[in-house]
Design a protein around this ligand. Structure first.
Ligand code: DLL
Length: 447
């Protein structure tokens, strides 16, 4: 089902004409209402009346995360606070959160795009939806909630975490659709297995997963373990929250960006100029319809490529690839660029290893060291014996050494880099307790 056929299947020239018109209106709106944009446009020599449309996009100024921080908390709002219906905030790793605001109309737009996401994922009105994204300042919970209601789903607003309760609801309420982070889906899958629950006995058919990076290999793993379709949803608070783009269950080949609301560019992160379709660059979004806190050319830091070809699902909206990394999570190890997603993809193809891992980066004697710690499967652990892992026994050491060497070799092929490999016993790597999971620990600089 296509939720908004007129918009989602619009011929590309019409999409571009609509975007041009909305962009013109946005530029005038921001210049008039937000002092930050008055200044940045004036400094760039942009006169709103001269902006004709998409062809003028490259000369419009960017917005960066630091601009949101500098204008904390409400400095980028374009309407008086009395017209703001809701705020959300993303928890940044250091210091103050990034704050965003929505008018009632913005909330309606958000529900509309999230309803499209559910339809893209294969949900049908009348079905039930278990929402395991966190409710609160995080946009995941409430963002998914309103979109689900709009599509006509029955929502179970359980929020993140509490795996025993999640499983009870899956069994007793029988939702067909579930949403959470991919790392939490893995926690759930493991818990089901541990409790001897066959996913075939559950009604759940689709998992809508996002809010953190994951790989195609992780999709295979989750789909096999949970016996569901695992579909990718992307979004960020600054632009709206979840619902900037979503894969269609038909193709599972890139997430359709809702281009009537979000104008997407993929730029060279260094020069800031456009890269051709199909090439990886930084995603940059302009909100075309929001009123409380619209953003012009927001630099997301997320790296992906674009595909503007028509999709087998019938939609014409451009598709973005998975996020292959972030401009700020690329590890530079002895001069070699490494993205954690490359490590995940390489690890998950290996026998005897589980999808649970941790990456440590350190520096000793001015030399970067990267260590990948990966859990072995329960079966391998049982066969080899716990003593080996505790370092108490000589027996079977060769088997673990062999496994380490295989992983080392695979990672060297994939990354062009020597990686130290350690094996962990089942349960030793970090698990998601409901939200986003941190797997990379870069200890080279004190943050
Ligand atoms: O994570 C919004 C969201 C909620 C998206 C629920 C999907 C589902 P923030 O907390 O502001 O918002 O974090 C946004 O998370 O810039 C990406 O780096 C990352 N991210 C979000 N979705 C994906 C995804 C929400 N599908 C930041 N794949 C973004 C990879 C993702 N990274």
């Amino acid at each position: 089902m296509i939720w908004n056929e007129a918009m989602e299947t619009m011929p590309r020239p019409d999409i571009e004409a609509l975007q041009s018109q909305r962009l013109r209106e946005l530029v005038a709106y921001l210049h008039e209402r937000v002092p930050f944009y008055t200044k940045s446009m004036d400094a760039a020599g942009v006169v709103p009346a001269d902006v004709r449309g998409l062809e003028d996009l490259p000369r419009l100024p960017f917005t960066k995360k630091s601009d949101l921080r500098d204008n904390y908390p409400f400095g980028l709002f374009a309407v008086p606070l009395s017209e703001v219906s809701r705020t959300h905030a993303s928890s940044g790793t250091t210091g103050k959160p990034t704050v965003v605001g929505y008018t009632q109309n913005d909330i309606d737009i958000w529900a509309e795009v999230v309803a499209r996401c559910f339809a893209l994922s294969g949900a049908q009105p009348g079905e039930m939806f278990q929402n395991a994204y966190g409710y609160g300042l995080f946009t995941g919970g409430l963002g998914m909630h309103y979109g689900a209601e709009k599509l006509g789903l029955t929502v179970i607003p359980v929020s993140g975490g509490n795996t025993a309760r999640q499983i009870m609801l899956l069994q007793d309420f029988g939702p067909q659709i579930m949403a959470c982070t991919p790392s939490y889906a893995l926690t759930l899958a493991d818990a089901l297995l541990e409790q001897g629950i066959d996913p075939d006995d559950l009604a759940v058919r689709v998992f809508i997963l996002g809010a953190e990076p994951w790989t195609e290999a992780m999709r295979q793993e989750l789909e096999a373990k949970l016996k569901v379709h695992a579909v990718n949803i992307y979004g960020l608070s600054e632009i709206i929250g979840p619902g900037v783009s979503n894969e269609c269950v038909e193709a599972k080949d890139g997430a359709h960006v809702f281009e009537d609301h979000f104008l997407v560019e993929v730029l060279d992160p260094v020069t800031g100029t456009a890269v051709p379709d199909g090439e990886i660059g930084e995603l940059v979004f302009t909100t075309l319809t929001k009123k409380a806190m619209p953003l012009l050319r927001y630099r997301t830091g997320d790296l992906a490529s674009l595909n503007r070809e028509k999709c087998i699902c019938g939609r014409t909206h451009a598709r973005m690839s998975r996020i292959v990394g972030r401009t700020d999570d690329m590890l530079i190890i002895r001069g070699v660029n490494v993205f954690p997603s490359q490590i995940e993809a390489a690890l998950l193809g290996q026998p005897h290893v589980s999808p649970h891992y941790r990456i440590n980066v350190t520096r000793a004697d001015h030399l970067d060291q990267i260590e990948v710690q990966v859990e072995v499967t329960e079966r391998f652990f049982r066969e080899v014996g716990a003593d080996v892992f505790a370092g108490h026994a000589e027996t079977a050491v060769s088997e673990t050494n062999e496994l380490k060497q295989t992983i080392h070799h695979t990672l060297r092929e994939a990354l062009g880099l020597n990686v130290q490999v350690s094996l962990l016993a089942p349960g030793e790597a970090p698990r998601s307790e409901g939200g986003k999971l941190k797997r990379v620990f870069d200890n080279r600089v004190l943050k």
